[in-house]
Ligand binder design. Structure first.
Ligand SMILES: Nc1ncnc2c1ncn2[C@@H]1O[C@H](COP(=O)(O)OP(=O)(O)O)[C@@H](O)[C@H]1O
Ligand SMILES: [Mg+2]
Length: 397
């Protein structure tokens, strides 16, 4: 094996990420051993705090990353743990000319930072964005992606530089919403993913990478490590805001994303008919636990505005459901966005509503501009900690 190849392999293994916290295994001092010859590779790391699912994703990432050097069956990934009862050995490998050695546990004094520490301690910032805002919802179909996209354009209308990250593994819809279904993201010379430009907004979506035919159930485990690449290896530049469309709900996937990422504020979208206090509370609790400020809630599909009578309001799903829930849960209500046919039609055609000046002044337009201003002001009032309680209640009443 040439020096050059060994160098490349060591470099590649140095960027393998711990899906638990987004740090590289190298950064965390987990790499114990790399042995390579022409035929086989052995990679050994400390696995404390890494779940079996995350371990599998690390293995997949190692074999994918080294595919130009070795076929998967020639790669042996071994793990050791400080708990000596917890030694995982998948296969054995003896580089040519060497006798097999027993796998030793790491010395007990080795300091390993793992996911078992205080929640939030291992968060990593997305490079290139001043503020990261996540858009979340308890369930699908409430307009989370519509809100993420149109909030981005509303902020752009205020003169801000905004990027969009579609992290909804289960239903990535941004390629459709932005009319970029066929786009193929490139890479920088530093191997960072280049976002695609959509009407002046750089965006990246899982949808651009996954095969739509893959069963949804595979995506979580499959994307364990790719997820971190998505969050941290995209070449964003100089954004005022990065808006992340999270997968709906409060499962493990959502938790590990928000645990690993420094998010400056979250916007929770609900519709009046879907706002279940208990579910909403569960969602808010998740963000509180990982110390992400909840900027507030957005009521989507608040009321219906007929195209031919823009001053009429029909409360199809009842009046003020989310406002009441927000008050009960002591969070701010950021905006009430009406139902409008043009919003859905624009979305279906890949023409974001808030990018079409012809809608200016309509109720949906005004609601989105209000949302954007409320989001902006929340950071101006309290740049690091998110909005003060009661601030939006004042603005809104
Ligand atoms: N305020 C609204 N008025 C009309 N249609 C809307 C509105 N908000 C969302 N929709 C439509 O509802 C559907 C679901 O929205 P989407 O953003 O995809 O939801 P989610 O991301 O929560 O699954 C889409 O067809 C979208 O165009
Ligand atoms: Mg969606």
């Amino acid at each position: 094996m040439s020096e050059n190849n060994l160098d490349s392999i060591t470099k590649i293994l140095g960027v393998i990420i711990n899906p638990n916290n987004g740090k590289t295994l190298k950064e965390e001092g987990r790499i114990v051993e790399i042995k390579a010859d022409q035929n086989e590779l052995l990679f050994k790391y400390k696995r404390d705090g890494i779940t079996p699912e995350q371990k599998r994703s690390i293995e997949t990432n190692v074999s994918n990353a080294l595919s130009e050097f070795y076929s998967p069956e020639k790669i042996t990934v071994l793990t050791i743990s400080e708990n000596s009862s917890d030694v995982f050995t998948e296969k054995t490998f003896t580089p040519a000319g060497e006798k097999p050695k027993a796998t030793a546990a790491a010395p007990a004094s080795a300091q390993i930072k793992s996911g078992h520490g205080p929640v939030g301690a291992n968060k990593k910032r997305v490079a290139g964005a001043k503020k990261v805002i996540a858009v979340s919802s308890n369930k699908g179909g409430v307009g989370k992606s519509t809100v993420a996209v149109n909030l981005a354009f509303a902020l752009k209308n205020l003169g801000k530089k905004v990027g969009l990250l579609d992290a909804d593994v289960y239903g990535p819809s941004m390629p459709m919403l932005l009319n970029q279904r066929e786009a193929k993201p490139g890479a920088t010379t530093e191997k960072k993913i280049l976002p695609i430009d959509a009407y002046g907004i750089p965006f990246i979506s899982f949808g651009l990478f996954i095969n739509e035919k893959d069963p949804v159930i595979w995506r979580g485990p499959m994307l364990g490590g790719v997820l971190n690449q998505f969050l941290f290896d995209v070449a964003w530049s100089d954004l005022d805001y990065l808006i992340i469309d999270l997968p709906p709900g409060t499962g493990d996937m959502q938790l590990s994303m928000v645990q690993a990422t420094e998010i400056d504020g979250v916007v929770v979208v609900s519709t009046p008919q879907d706002v279940a206090i208990l579910d909403t509370k569960k969602g808010l609790n998740m963000f509180n636990q990982v110390k992400i400020p909840v900027l507030g809630m957005v009521e989507n599909m608040s009321y219906f505005v007929p195209d031919d009578a823009p001053n009429k309001k029909y409360y199809i799903f009842g009046d003020g459901g989310v406002k009441k829930a927000a008050a009960e849960l002591d969070v701010n209500l950021l905006a009430e966005i009406p139902l409008e046919i043009a919003l859905r039609e624009g979305s279906d055609k890949g023409l974001p509503y808030m990018n079409e000046k012809k809608h200016e002044g309509r109720p949906v337009w005004n609601a989105y501009m209000m949302l954007a201003k409320n989001v902006e002001q929340s950071f101006e009032e309290s740049p690091s900690a998110g909005p003060q309680k009661g601030f939006f209640k004042r603005l809104f009443s």
